[in-house]
Design a protein around this ligand. Structure first.
Ligand code: PEP
Length: 261
């Protein structure tokens, strides 16, 4: 029996506009009315945070407002960056750090991800540390080493006391946006390795409080099998989160999985 409440986040990436994002936010909030036992969040693009926040607030929704990235600096000459103070001002409650597209498309390094995550947690928000191996790394049999390095470096100088506000998203890069989902067994194996590492870093009690969620081509038909695994505490959803009905179905699968654990 686990006390961990599942978490499902919808990462909208650089998709939607003010109209479609508003429709999506309304569809998600309406679809999740009466769904208990799962913490949910949407991660719209920065320009739509306030629009989505207004919709969540007007509907009294428990869906949390997330941001896809943050600067670790407080303020100053950092053209194009967005600080945590600004994100908090817009009502952001949870932030993604080190998403694979930021690592592999935009060149973000483990050390930068760590500085961003530390800043998120020091600001009192929830932080989602995204980790996962590329196809080449998996083919070479290095998935555990790569994921462990990303977790260890990502969590440097972060105390166990933040365990309740820390989420780790295991997102194998080869599964993101490709339609290839990890098998439930592969996901469980990776999550269990991560939890064992967390136990060494934070101690077993805190490690058991950290949610470890799966991301990579999650769809409603596969979600229940993945969420049934003992160390899978929900999911981070990209493509399917752009369809309110699919995202809601995945959130419901997470809520149902928690009742069986
Ligand atoms: C993601 O963006 O974190 C993700 C998992 O994307 P997708 O569900 O599209 O693979």
């Amino acid at each position: 029996m686990t006390d961990r409440r599942p978490f499902v986040g919808g990462n909208w990436k650089m998709n939607t506009n003010r109209t479609t994002g508003s429709d999506l936010a309304r569809g998600v909030t309406d679809g999740l009315i009466g769904v208990d036992g799962v913490e949910t969040a949407v991660f719209p693009p920065f320009p739509y945070l306030l629009t989505v926040r207004a919709i969540l607030r007007d509907r009294g929704s428990s869906v949390r407002l997330g941001a896809q990235d943050n600067a670790f600096q407080n303020d100053g000459a950092f053209t194009g960056e967005v600080s945590l103070a600004m994100l908090k001002d817009c009502g952001t409650q949870v932030v993604l750090c080190g998403h694979s597209e930021r690592r592999h498309v935009l060149g973000e390094k483990d050390e930068t991800v760590n500085r961003k995550l530390r800043a998120v947690l020091e600001a009192g928000l929830e932080g989602v540390l995204c980790v996962g191996e590329t196809l080449d790394e998996r083919t070479a049999g290095h998935q555990d080493i790569v994921t462990a390095r990303q977790v260890r470096t990502g969590l440097a100088d972060i105390p166990a006391s933040v365990a309740d506000r820390l989420i780790i998203a295991y997102e194998p890069v080869w599964a993101i946006g490709t339609g290839k989902t990890a098998t439930p067994q592969d996901a469980q194996e990776a999550h269990s390795q991560i939890r064992q590492l967390l136990a060494r870093l934070f101690g077993p009690d805190s490690a058991n409080r950290v949610r470890i969620i799966y991301g990579g081509s999650l769809k409603p038909d596969i979600a229940a099998a993945i969420f049934a695994q003992p160390d899978v505490d929900g999911g981070l959803v990209g493509g399917a989160s752009l369809n309110a009905a699919d995202f809601v179905a995945i959130c419901k699968a997470a809520a149902a999985s928690a009742r069986g654990k």
